[in-house]
Design a protein around this ligand. Structure first.
Ligand code: URA
Length: 307
């Protein structure tokens, strides 16, 4: 894993050498702001890898002792992992395993500790999973022909140059917040497939006050460009006389969907921040910074899309 200490403080463009980067022409093509696939979730489907790119390399599949696997996954020491097993806190493929010495196939087993998925297979080791806090003004692109600040400008060189690193989704240039980056093509493909209806939560600053009737109307769904956008959650989180902060959760990812939805509802957006993507939360990650996902977070993503 080439990701540096997630507690370190990368700054916009701090140690990236653009001249060093070998841009993948495929990335550039994928980054073009076109609308080739209208049904795909635009904020999640910015760079759906093709079938060829999604094919994972073959991995050998040798059964491994469960406590060893848990230790390798960083859950606990081998000794403590044995205790977890004997305490009945470990599940493999839906069954509690209490017998020490049990061997499992790390490539196929779904392992949980206290109900939380623990990624144990090769997939987790082979891939990088990172979130960035995209600041306003940065383009959701792995390469910008016009030299504007792009996603790699938020990353250290080693990570920025990692081939096949996708931004799983796209935020408008003016939108801030959580973007997931990974080189896991299968996960990207699944997360971007509309059938998984990955929820996205935004905080928007809009003119206030927001009337109760408006809240009720938005909750019922809003027609944008002739199609109803379902709203999973909508609430006013703060309000003064002239402005309000609203929280909105949608599944849809049509381009500009949140801005358009709020606009047609009488709330032109002044500022928009994505704070959640499925089970992932931006938390207190400062703008312009990134962090590697904890393995439990990767596990929740696998669970979400059935990996
Ligand atoms: N909806 C928008 O309007 N903008 C974004 O960046 C994402 C969702």
């Amino acid at each position: 894993m080439t990701v540096r200490d997630p507690t370190a403080t990368p700054r916009l463009g701090d140690d990236r050498d653009p001249g060093d980067r070998d841009p993948d022409p495929g990335d550039r093509d994928r980054d073009r702001d076109d609308d080739r696939d209208g049904d795909r979730d635009d904020t999640l489907a910015a760079e759906p890898p093709g079938d060829r790119e999604r094919r994972e390399p073959e991995v050998s599949s040798e059964p491994v002792r469960l406590h060893k696997l848990l230790a390798q996954a960083g859950v606990a020491s081998r000794r403590a992992s044995e205790e977890l097993i004997t305490e009945g806190r470990v599940e493999v493929d839906g069954l509690v395993v209490t017998e020490l010495g049990t061997k499992v196939d790390p490539q196929t087993a779904v392992v949980r500790v206290d109900g939380a998925r623990v990624p144990v297979g090769d997939r987790n080791r082979r891939h990088v999973y990172v979130i960035v806090h995209k600041p306003r003004g940065v383009i959701s692109s792995m390469w910008d022909d016009e030299g504007r600040p792009d996603i790699p400008s938020l990353l250290p060189v080693k990570l920025a140059r990692r081939t096949r690193l996708f931004h799983v989704g796209r935020l408008d240039q003016d939108t801030e917040g959580l973007l997931l980056l990974t080189d896991d093509g299968e996960l990207t493909h699944r997360l971007t497939h509309p059938s998984f209806e990955v929820s996205k939560t935004y905080i928007a600053e809009v003119p206030g006050p927001v009337a109760k009737e408006t809240v009720a109307t938005v909750r019922g769904g809003v027609v944008v460009d002739g199609r109803t956008v379902a709203v999973e959650r909508f609430r006013v989180v703060a309000a003064t006389k002239n402005r309000a902060m609203v929280e909105i959760t949608v599944h849809e990812g049509r381009k500009h969907v949140v801005r358009d939805l709020l606009d047609v509802s009488g709330m032109p957006v002044r500022r928009l921040v994505r704070v959640k993507l499925g089970p992932l939360a931006l938390g207190d990650l400062p703008p312009g910074e990134y962090r590697e996902l904890a393995s439990a977070e990767v596990g929740t993503l696998y669970d979400l899309v059935g990996l």
